[in-house]
Design a protein around this ligand. Structure first.
Ligand code: ATP
Length: 251
């Protein structure tokens, strides 16, 4: 087995008496999509926050590429290659698609373009931004204004912004939310492509998508991992079927 890109060891987070994350341990391997599913309020978003670094766990640790990052802030984790796909609200509507990604390239590279002349650095930033847009199939829309994109295209742009950070692992929180059937199919194809280059931790309510995409699935119930396995194993797990309110979704 390859070394995990991401490893959670016994993560715990309480809000008062409520254990929102209860001894969660799991791994994401390189080129693996590991999906986290669970009923509303199971603690999926809280878990993502602890992985990205916006929330500190009470106990346990987050290891990224073998390094303990539990105490590192979001930016340091991002620089190591742990990228969270931000929600559409982080897209600057009055900027072009290319400019939106260029901002992320600039944020990543910080001062690394400072030795280039201004024109040279701008060209280098745009080249990297265009490469990220190409990776998500949005290069043709580079010159369009971000607010003119369809909902699905905005989702693609979010992914391009995450990719511009040169990640090794993508943390995707409901990347299909609000997408129509055609857009969903396109985004699923895109996520399948991205898996060849990145490890992906996916939180998603669309069960069809999860079962078709995920290499492994972990089911979170009341903050605990009730089961981890392949799609077939999860579908067949009686405890999962009992714990999961929407049993129909597992049919
Ligand atoms: N800051 C907070 N203070 C107190 N309770 C919180 C806080 N944040 C989350 N919770 C509680 O923690 C539980 C888990 O919430 P979380 O948003 O992580 O679940 P989720 O699985 O992402 O849900 P959904 O599928 O609806 O997005 C919920 O009961 C929620 O009310």
């Amino acid at each position: 087995m390859p070394e995990p890109l991401l490893e959670l060891r016994g993560l715990c987070k309480n809000y008062g008496a409520l254990a929102v994350t209860d001894d969660v341990s799991l791994t994401v391997l390189p080129q693996e999509i590991h999906a986290i599913i669970g009923p509303n309020g199971a603690g999926k978003t809280t878990l993502i926050h602890q992985i990205s670094g916006t929330l500190r766990p009470d106990r346990g640790s987050v290891l990224f590429a073998g390094r303990d990052v539990t105490a590192l802030p979001v930016e340091r984790r991002a620089r190591l290659g742990l990228a969270r796909s931000f929600q559409i609200t982080s897209i600057v509507p009055g900027f072009s698609v290319l400019e939106n990604v260029a901002l992320a390239v600039q944020a990543r590279s910080g001062s690394s373009f400072r030795f280039l002349r201004p024109a040279g650095s701008e060209a280098a930033i745009n080249r990297d931004a265009l490469a990220a847009l190409e990776a998500v199939g949005l290069a043709g829309a580079a010159g369009r204004m971000a607010n003119a994109l369809s909902h699905g295209e905005k989702r693609q742009l979010e992914l391009a912004i995450a990719i511009a950070m040169r990640p090794r692992l993508l943390l995707l929180d409901e990347p299909l939310a609000g997408a129509g059937p055609e857009e969903t199919a396109r985004l699923i194809g895109l996520l399948r492509d991205l898996r060849q280059r990145y490890g992906i931790l996916l939180v998603e309510h669309d069960m069809q998508a999860v079962f078709s995409l995920a290499d492994r699935i972990s089911v979170l119930v009341y903050g605990r991992v009730a089961a981890t396995g392949t799609a077939a194993e999860i579908r067949a797990d009686p405890e999962v079927r009992r714990a999961y309110l929407g049993e129909d979704e597992l049919a």
